[in-house]
Design a binder for this molecule. Structure first.
Ligand code: SAM
Length: 328
């Protein structure tokens, strides 16, 4: 009866359901968003604790089952079921999101929630264990990656609970973890397109030194192209600063969330495979000096992304931008 392709693994352990809702810290005034309610085991508890529940479910059979389960109960008028793909529908207002989701939508869903406005208070979500560990990974941890840095730029994330396979029916192949995500208020004042451009470069080879990453021909020529475009633009607009244009839309961070580099460490490391621009190269060497000068200024040349904090990256981005070097 369960669809594997829809990630249907039903929570069968009632004690675990109790623990999850208890850790979520639901208030009686909360409008709760649930994603993928399935047969409604979690939904029932959410209805008991919150003001109302909006549940988004893809599978029409599950929607029917859910409606049948709560029909005629005192809860039924506080439950709204939306049938559809959560990634495609407009989300309504909610205070808190509590969900045991299909794992294949983890990354796009996380960024969809984080770009939702108005900003919600918190989300308590079951993820595949490895994805959860990437979300909360800190500099120096093995799983620290672009996903960690981007999520932690927008939210405080904490690991709440390890959940074994056998709490589900049918049991999935992987272990799970429940994570709390609390959006930062206010968000750091950063241009998210710029941020994303820098972070992509830096984590493309997260164990290489930044000095080596920024000596790559492909990187230098990309940055030089941006540099020249902006200079031409600034010249034609006389004085209006491009830096003042802060992108408000955090959803850029979700672009290409299927990008394998987002979630998966490909295991490539310091082996230099790229052609580097030989010192004293002909064209572009002034620009190269400019870029390396920025790295030296912030003492970043020998540093590796795998060890840098969010504050380090914000500082690095500000140094680059001050030098007129842009990533988007
Ligand atoms: N919440 C239930 C529980 O804990 O027992 C079921 C969880 S099950 C892991 C995931 C549920 O999400 C399934 O009911 C599935 O049909 C639904 N689902 C899958 N893809 C979805 C999508 N894109 N949007 C909304 N719901 C989806």
């Amino acid at each position: 009866p369960f669809h594997k392709s829809k990630g249907q693994h039903i929570l069968k352990n009632p004690l675990l359901v109790d623990t999850i809702v208890q850790k979520a810290g639901i208030k009686s005034t909360d409008v709760i968003l649930e994603i993928g309610p399935g047969t409604g085991n979690l939904t029932k508890k959410l209805l008991e604790l919150g003001k109302s529940v909006i549940a988004v479910e893809l599978d029409p059979r599950m929607v029917l089952e859910l409606q049948r389960r709560f029909q005629g109960t005192p809860h039924s008028n506080r439950l709204k079921v939306i049938q559809g793909d959560v990634l495609k529908c407009d989300l309504p207002y909610f205070d808190i999101c509590v969900a045991n989701i299909p794992y294949q939508i983890s990354s796009p869903l996380t960024f969809k929630l984080l770009s939702h406005r108005p900003v919600f208070r918190c989300a308590v979500i079951m993820f595949q264990r490895e994805f959860a560990m990437r979300l909360v990974a800190q500099p120096g941890d093995n799983l620290y990656c672009r996903l960690s840095v981007n999520t932690q730029l927008l939210a405080r994330v904490s690991h709440l609970l390890k959940v074994g396979k056998n709490n589900f029916r049918p049991p999935p192949k992987v272990d799970s973890s429940v994570v709390r995500i609390e959006p930062r208020k206010p968000l750091p004042p950063v241009n998210f397109k710029e941020w994303d451009g820098l972070i992509r470069l830096c984590f493309n080879r997260k164990n290489k030194t930044l000095g080596s990453i920024f000596r790559q021909k492909s990187v230098l020529s990309l940055l030089e192209k941006n540099y020249k475009t902006l200079q031409a633009l600034q010249f034609s607009q006389k004085g209006s600063s491009v830096d003042a244009d802060i992108a408000e839309d955090v959803s850029v961070l979700a672009d290409n969330s299927q990008d394998p580099n987002m979630d998966i460490d490909d295991g490539r490391d310091d082996d230099d495979m790229e052609m580097e621009d030989g010192d004293g190269g002909v064209e572009g060497s002034d620009f190269k000096d400019k870029v390396l000068g920025v790295l030296k200024q912030g003492d970043f040349e020998e540093k590796r992304s795998s060890k840098l904090t969010q504050v380090d990256f914000l500082y690095l981005l500000s140094l680059f931008n001050k030098a007129g070097i842009h990533f988007s």
